[in-house]
Design a protein around this ligand. Structure first.
Ligand code: NAD
Length: 259
């Protein structure tokens, strides 16, 4: 599998470059970013020279698969070029607004794609645990709180929004209609809602807590990412899983992990 990476100079992209180079089934053929262009992607990733230069023009994309960890705006454009060329996609970027999400999905549907706001295996198990808990604790008040490093651009995180949506879907199946609430200020009595809040500071890789508040008791389900390795490993797993998939469409880590 010939792999291209977009966002190759970023925190996630550098790790992906390293993992693709280390993998025997994958070959890094292209690296894209809008910074550090002209530099060797391996040197930027801290693994020494690999002979793949970081370039900025995505129209030069020529690979079997593109792994994208960039920004919402960039990911929409990158996936459009990939879809036009029949390049399979692994998309980890988050922070899409509604119209970007629609465009992204239209692009990704045209080729075999794995799209996930969180590629960590632990987080995907965490989402399953939340689904299970919500089905038994459907009368509880549920709130989601996430903590990330000070440089994270979007808030709340895609992982937190997905956790809240999982609970929302379970409650709605039981005829309890709730809204996601991203902000409380001033007079804001709790309604039929799931609060989703982001805290930012320091170098926290990612921490998500889902609270189920009952009468006289509380359950907290927590996932803590201690390094970005878990996201990168999951993305690589998804890329290798896609090698055997020819049917275009958007797949999730549930499919990759066989849940
Ligand atoms: P980062 O800011 O360190 O890296 C993003 C990189 O994308 C930067 O180097 C930037 O220059 C580059 N970029 C911007 N526009 C581009 C374009 N048009 N073409 C190519 N490259 C471009 O951010 P990060 O921490 O690596 O995170 C990247 C994204 O991945 C964010 O949306 C983040 O929320 C998400 N993320 C997802 C997961 C997951 O498991 N799905 C895990 C961690 C981060």
């Amino acid at each position: 599998m010939k792999v291209a990476v977009t966002g190759a100079a970023g925190r996630m992209g550098r790790l992906i470059v390293k993992k693709v180079v280390e993998d025997e089934q994958l070959e890094l053929v292209q690296a894209f970013d809008v910074v550090q262009t002209g530099k060797d992607a391996g040197e930027v990733a801290g693994i020494g020279r690999i002979g793949v230069e970081i370039q900025s023009d995505i129209k030069k994309l020529d690979a079997d698969i593109l792994i994208d960890f960039t920004t919402a705006e960039a990911a929409v454009k990158n996936t459009q070029v990939a879809a036009e060329r029949g390049v399979k996609l692994v998309v980890g970027t988050t922070g899409f607004n509604d119209s970007q999400k629609k465009e992204l999905e239209e692009n990704c549907r045209r080729v075999p794609s794995v799209v996930s706001p969180n590629f960590s295996i632990g987080v995907n198990v965490f989402w399953k645990i939340i689904e299970f808990a919500a089905s038994y604790l459907h009368e509880c008040d549920v709130e989601v709180v996430e903590i990330h490093h000070r440089k994270k651009k979007d808030s709340p995180s895609g992982t937190a929004i997905k956790a809240a949506e999982i609970v929302k879907n379970v409650l709605e199946a039981r005829k309890r209609i709730v809204e996601l609430k991203f902000c409380r200020e001033g007079l804001s009595p709790r309604g039929e809602e799931i609060g989703v809040f982001g805290i930012r500071g320091g170098d926290v890789v990612g921490e998500h807590t889902v609270y189920f508040f009952g009468e006289g008791e509380r359950i907290e389900i927590i996932h803590r990412a201690l390094s970005r390795e878990c996201f990168a490993s999951g993305a690589i797993l998804a890329a290798k899983w896609l090698a055997a998939v020819d049917q275009p469409g958007i797949y999730s880590m549930n499919d990759v992990l066989g849940f």
